[in-house]
Design a protein around this ligand. Sequence first.
Ligand SMILES: [Zn+2]
Ligand SMILES: [Zn+2]
Length: 346
Amino acid sequence: MQLYNTLSAKERAALIEEAGQDRLTISFYKYAHIGNPVIFRNHLFIHWNEMDVLGRIYVAHEGINAQLSVPAGNFGRFKDFLDSITFLENVRLNIAIEQDNMSFLKLKVKVRHKILADGLNDATFDVTNKGVHVNAEKFNKLIEDPDTVLVDMRNHYESEIGHFKNAITPDVDTFRDSLDIIEKDLQDHKEDKKLVMYCTGGIRCEKASAYYKHKGFRQVYQLEGGIIEYARQVEQLKLENKFLGKNFVFDHRRGERISDDIISQCHQCGEPCDDHVNCANEACHLLFIQCKKCAEKMNDCCSDHCKEIHALPYEEQKALRKGKVVSNKIFKKGRSEVLKFKKQSV
Ligand SMILES: [Zn+2]
Ligand SMILES: [Zn+2]
């Protein structure tokens, strides 16, 4: 029985190319009680591997959070399989607008402590007591209401390239930080304002809305299915699109264009740009915004220092990296002194 990947990303890319079949990029999540996440993980891996599903999936006692790519021809089987799992029957699937056959090149199903790294102690509040879910149409009306405060529950590098008009976009690196900042900002309006929130696919708002209700906010709303589902409904129902720019996504595409507006700048020259890249120096891997001109000039690197290292023979680069801890967690997400046009955290 095969429980892990046997192909490298390169081999996989070649196979996908060769098959010439369209793939769908899909995400979904569900909070549920899972007794044995390891058994559940293996069950998913065996079936999905067989259907040629790829992606990054987190499984925990609290549920499942999945980002994946499914061959379009296997979608029916994939859906039937989900429906065969009681708590995933008719689960809402967010299907990406911009399809990319290479969005994922491996199938990684990981057992985690939590499906969303929220930094919260769950015992303090009831996650199921969440906010009111609203669809795109209701959301559009709600955010025109003068009594509404609209909050973006994502991190700085996500809202930088795209967000809803008039939204509060906390300059934070983590979900946990934004919870506190928003609560403090809105301290005096827990009863009179409507707190409306959104995130990429809805999962962060499930937690955040329950958290704010627990903290005494009376009217809490959340965009159902997040920006991904909003964009789909706007297109399908021909609604007014109130989202500006790109939706940051956590796969190889990095962003999905929702409107033609470019609201951010290249971090190196300041020209309008909303393309995220990772610094080509593997020891750095900084996520930042870089225009095509700067990419050429800097050899896809974030700084002269990285450019020099990147130019060295690979073996020498490897020797330099040896013994050094590479942190690609919080601090590598688009914050660095070398980025001239990136607002630094205050
Ligand atoms: Zn530039
Ligand atoms: Zn770098």
